[in-house]
Design a binder for this molecule. Structure first.
Ligand code: HEM
Length: 388
């Protein structure tokens, strides 16, 4: 890798990815950290839809579950639980936003806001206080959302092990004393994982996995959404877009999952490059969302583009095809509700905001300060739709 490439990768990883695509003549790019990414948008979509690449289990759950149908059951059970918990989330949000200080440091403040509103849905109030405290420490301490520094990640590993032990104990308790109703994500996981097929420990690991699958992309996406909207609307007037369009555009412009992967079931020839079976091939939602042949002005952050159906290319912030995110619709609703609550009778501005991403396991915004000033007289409540 050239020194100039390495520098650009550090400074602006997404711009570097754009450059690699421009240079590619095969529809495939070799990633700087190893592996391959499909840069041709049509090929990428064909791959994501093809039954051939989705014959077995999805890689998302690793080896925790024995079959694809068991994976689907867990995803659906957790999604349904969140959907049913939406009124609770809304009520908690109203309170949490009221208590947000005028200036808050993001993305950490977004993680705290979301966790506060989701905490009872992740582990209900009847769960031992020590276990709930561990969940909170995990949410803020780098278990739910990957911490930026190595020392923080080492501490997070310790926390993760403690949380896993506590939740495993809780699984044993709940299996001995079933509640008869689903009160939280752990109950939802248990409803999809009978004790004769899933050990207590595996059920706890699935709960942890879903805790991260919920918290990490939601808090990062919420941070991108407020940051991008504030950077693009600096006038003191309310935003001219519905919250739903702002969320959609933020998920397009800065999709947090910048790569989704599929394992090749057989050798495949891409313009002369032959990849062997077993190779993990990546598809980049970011590249598909910024294909200038398929989107009009893809580089511009323009929530108003969602007011029409024209000029839209492939939109895959939640993936696509048989392995698409189980929580896509509910995640979109949670984000729209969160943004609506933040904007309610308030003006949002940012300082220290930078639209360049930091390179991590997902596309993370650099830290910035959000200022939230209350508007005493007008009501600017903006409501969006329910579907991504
Ligand atoms: C903004 C929030 C979210 C984003 C951007 C996001 C994105 C994604 C992406 C890109 C994938 C991989 C899809 C693929 O490989 O094609 C995925 C998988 C998954 N997500 Fe999400 N997700 C979000 C929130 C959630 C929530 C709230 C849930 C809770 C139900 C959830 C549950 C899952 C599950 C279970 C899978 C694995 C699907 C499977 O393999 O069957 N996600 N998500």
């Amino acid at each position: 890798m050239r020194i100039s490439d390495r520098r650009q990768l550090r400074r602006d990883p997404l711009a570097h990815l754009d450059n690699l695509r421009r240079r590619s003549t095969t529809g495939l790019i070799q990633l700087p950290w190893g592996g391959w990414c499909v840069s041709d948008s049509h090929l990428a979509q064909t791959l994501l839809r093809s039954p051939e690449y989705h014959a077995g289990k999805s890689g998302f759950f690793g080896d925790l579950l024995p079959t694809r149908s068991a994976q689907v059951d867990v995803g659906h059970a957790v999604r349904n639980l969140l959907r049913a918990g939406m009124p609770h989330y809304r009520a908690a949000l109203t309170q949490a936003v009221t208590e947000l200080p005028t200036a808050s440091r993001w993305p950490a403040a977004g993680t705290r806001l979301l966790f506060r509103c989701l905490t009872d849905l992740l582990l209900h109030r009847g769960t031992p206080a020590g276990t709930r405290r561990l969940l909170q420490r995990s949410a803020y301490g780098g278990v739910a959302v990957r911490a930026p520094h190595v020392w923080q990640r080492a501490r997070a590993e310790l926390l993760r092990a403690q949380l896993l032990a506590a939740v495993t104990e809780q699984v044993g308790h709940r299996r001995k004393h079933p509640a008869g109703e689903q009160r939280d994500v752990l109950d939802a996981v248990l409803s999809a994982c009978p004790a004769d097929r899933t050990s207590d420990r595996t059920a706890a690991e699935l709960h942890l996995m879903m805790f991260r699958a919920i918290m990490s992309p939601l808090s990062t996406s919420l941070a991108w959404t407020v940051l991008l909207a504030c950077l693009h609307h600096t006038a003191p007037t309310p935003w001219p877009w519905p919250a739903d369009h702002v969320v959609r555009e933020a998920l397009r412009h800065r999709p947090v999952a910048w790569m989704v992967g599929r394992t090749l079931p057989r050798p495949v020839d891409f313009g002369g490059i032959v990849l062997s079976p077993g190779v993990l091939l990546s598809i980049s939602p970011y590249l598909l969302h910024h294909d200038e042949h398929l989107w009009s002005a893809p580089e511009a952050f323009r929530p108003e583009r969602w007011a029409t159906k024209r000029g839209h290319g492939p939109y895959i912030p939640f993936g696509m095809g048989p392995f698409i995110c189980a929580g896509a619709a509910v995640a979109h609703t949670l984000l729209t509700e969160s943004l609506t609550a933040l904007c309610d009778n308030a003006r949002l501005t940012v300082t220290g905001g930078d639209p360049r991403a930091v390179m991590a396991e997902s596309t993370v915004p650099r830290p910035f300060t959000l200022h939230r000033f209350l508007r005493p007289l007008t009501t600017t409540r903006q409501r969006g739709g329910d579907n991504p």
